[in-house]
Design a protein around this ligand. Structure first.
Ligand SMILES: O=C(O)CNC(=O)[C@H](CS)NC(=O)CCC(=O)C(=O)O
Length: 246
């Protein structure tokens, strides 16, 4: 069942350490987007899980041919829709994993993959202390934009959003759309999420599609949400409590 539209859907949900429930949430968003005739749906960073410690990250991560992504590929194929999704990718024999975005076509094939380059190591006064590089290996290159029915998609992830030069490089590689699957923290999201996304759209003249984790994942972690699609003029709305926006 191929869908003849150029509509994009952006999704958000709250992943926990229960992978099967997260997979179900993703499949539900894929189904809803296809019901609304979207050609492609964009799901957040770390859609497979948000863990509370390093050991849990290692235990829950899979390779790209693992059951989590297979379930997503099957759902994409069944619904006839393209999917972008962020997951943790095991790369044996390392005990760290990659923070990876994957693009799946409407035939269920993996057609693009990008490993996050800029890792989020911060200490905020009265705010979150996060050290992504404790558990994540840094990706080594920007990928060529991926051809999709929506146009050429330049893949970036979350904190990469703060590095304008990466967005400009994607534009130089002829990207039409920049993607930022994300799990922004609440304080940094309140201050920076929308202005950064709008700036990347305006300066590159690309559409920007930013899916987002939202809500309380565990005792220690919460995400800002506000998934958005922004046009090259910088226009676009976010909403606080919604599951999918087409
Ligand atoms: O931890 C995981 O499992 C998934 N990865 C994330 O949530 C990453 C690393 S902690 N989050 C960000 O990059 C937020 C960036 C941000 O909030 C900002 O730039 O202000």
């Amino acid at each position: 069942m191929a869908i003849h539209s150029r509509l994009a859907a952006v999704g958000q949900f709250c992943a926990t350490a229960v992978k099967q429930a997260n997979q179900q949430a993703c499949i539900e968003l894929i189904r809803k987007a296809s019901e609304r005739q979207a050609k492609m749906v964009f799901l957040p960073e770390a859609s497979d899980f948000i863990a509370s410690n390093k050991e849990e990250v290692w235990k829950l991560s899979e390779t790209l041919d693992g059951p989590f992504l297979q379930g997503i590929q099957y759902a994409a194929k069944s619904a006839g829709i393209w999917v972008s999704i962020g997951i943790h990718e095991t790369s044996l024999p390392q005990t760290k994993v990659f923070n990876t975005q994957v693009i799946v076509s409407d035939t269920g094939d993996i057609v693009g993959k990008y490993r996050k380059i800029h890792l989020f190591d911060i200490e905020m006064r009265d705010g979150p202390q996060l050290s992504e590089s404790d558990q994540i290996l840094r990706g080594e290159r920007l990928e060529e934009p991926v051809d999709t029915p929506l146009g050429k998609i330049g893949m970036q992830i979350c904190y990469d959003l703060r590095f304008a030069e990466a967005a400009i490089l994607m534009r130089k590689k002829n990207a039409d759309i920049l993607t930022y699957p994300s799990a922004f923290t609440v304080p940094t999201g309140l201050a920076h999420w929308e202005p950064l996304l709008r700036a990347r759209a305006i300066e590159t003249q690309c559409f920007v599609i930013a899916s987002a984790q939202i809500g309380q994942h565990n005792e220690k972690r919460a995400s800002f949400g506000h998934a958005m699609i922004i046009d090259p003029w910088g226009t676009g709305k976010s909403r606080m409590n919604f599951e999918i926006n087409v």
